[in-house]
Design a protein around this ligand. Sequence first.
Ligand SMILES: [Zn+2]
Length: 133
Amino acid sequence: MHINDAVFLEDLCPKFRFRQWRKSIHRFTGRSCIYCGKPSESIDHVLPRSQGGLSTTENCVPACLSCNGNKSDENALYWYRKQKFYDPRRAMAIRAWLDGDLRLAIRLLQWANPNFRMSDNNYEKDEPDYEAA
Ligand SMILES: [Zn+2]
């Protein structure tokens, strides 16, 4: 009965799981906006929810409030290309993220931003969670 109880508890606490998941998204980029590199304060749906975008790791990127609000319902890559802070390495990173290749995305973001800090240990520790999601 203990296993059933655990499943039941998880169902009861979707908010807790959602919060953990949001945290892990921000951790992937060292809490920086995937578009401009400023501190990420929100999660942006690359394909907007209004267009059927899902709340999956592949469709959700860390973004600052300014980018998130600016982009609105536009296609993310199309919108990004028009920004002053456009960086082709970041565009590649966003594409890799959408493909679910977070490892490549993070490497590209590191390339785009030499100040990028992310502990490899943290990433390894978080990886099983990511693959299970
Ligand atoms: Zn931003």
